[in-house]
Design a binder for this molecule. Structure first.
Ligand code: PRT
Ligand code: ZN
Length: 275
């Protein structure tokens, strides 16, 4: 079943993990309610024409990239940048200010580190080989990338690598493994991503949803449902949306653009700030 013939929007969110709560909360704060049993992988909202698909975060960029599979997704920028080369059709639309972290180079505390050039000839373990490769290329560093699916911090301890490139938030994991953060490759936060070729008949729904998401993210407080959302929740048929006067949608679309301009997604990575 693809989304091409469905009137519903479809959003992919993490099934479980660090971004699930933030994704669920965001939809709830927009007034969207849905049920999710433990092993349920897709749910249609009770009161808004949207399907929520629960998957691993690694799969979300690809799902949103393929036209007609998922229209939207919630993903960390780190994951998006890793997958971006294969995902031309995806664009980030809103930063959520959740899941904030940084993708950093770290080395054992005892290593004589004189800046990123000290990585020349070294082995670096990471779950983000694409982003790391871009960083190495941009800095003319010749190093070997060791791919690992997780627990990257153990690599220097067991002699598998000289350094790591991994996500850091509190810094506790690095400390516990006697590693020191050296260079920040990118700052990251959860973002809402969107397929660039949303079916025209879904555009009005998308505008309504994005406007409400923007408002929720801006205000960060519980508030009565916005009027346009309430209308749909009371009458969930898509025809209700289509019967809304065109100028309302025009202004919604305009508002979305303005809100995006006012609160752009964090400037992308590769701002290489040496610590
Ligand atoms: O199962 P699935 O594939 O969906 O999940 P996952 O295991 O790949 O991802 P998950 O749930 O761990 O993280 C999802 C997203 O949360 C990431 O892609 C980031 O965008 C964001 N995020 C924010 C983090 C962290 N903070 C974070 N600290 N993701 C991972 N970590 C890990 C990091 O890899 C390291 O091992 O936490 C450890 C470091 O944490 P501190 O606090 O000790 O520094
Ligand atoms: Zn993952």
């Amino acid at each position: 079943m693809t989304n091409e013939n469905s009137k519903n929007l479809r959003i992919a969110i993490q099934k479980k993990g660090r971004l699930f709560d933030a994704s669920e909360q965001l939809l709830k704060k927009c007034g969207i309610t849905f049920k999710k049993e433990k092993n349920q992988l897709i749910s249609t909202a009770d009161n808004f024409p949207i399907d929520i698909v629960f998957v691993r975060d690694d799969d979300i960029p690809d799902m949103v990239s393929k036209n007609g599979i998922c229209d939207l997704g919630v993903i960390g920028q780190n994951e998006l940048f890793e997958k971006q080369p294969d995902c031309d059709n995806v664009t980030s639309v809103i930063g959520m200010n959740e899941g904030t972290c940084r993708l950093s180079i770290a080395t054992p505390a005892g290593m004589d580190y004189q800046g990123s050039q000290s990585l020349n000839g070294k082995k670096i373990a990471t779950s983000y080989p694409e982003v790391l490769e871009a960083f190495l290329k941009a800095n003319n560093i010749d190093a070997e990338i060791i791919n690992m699916a997780g627990s990257v911090e153990v690599a220097p301890v067991i002699g598998m690598a000289d350094a790591i490139c991994d996500l850091v938030s509190s810094g506790r994991t690095l400390k516990e493994n006697n590693l020191v953060e050296r260079d920040i490759i990118m700052e990251s936060q959860a973002v809402i991503i969107q397929n660039k070729n949303i079916a025209p008949e879904k555009q009005d729904l998308l505008n309504i949803l994005m406007t409400n998401i923007q408002e929720v993210l801006k205000e960060e407080v519980d508030k009565p449902l916005p009027q346009n959302m309430q209308q749909i929740i009371n009458k969930p048929q898509i025809e209700t949306v289509k019967s809304t006067p065109a100028e309302t949608f025009q202004s919604l679309a305009q508002k979305t653009v303005n809100a995006n301009t006012a609160a752009p997604v964090l400037a992308p990575a590769m701002s290489i700030a040496r610590k």
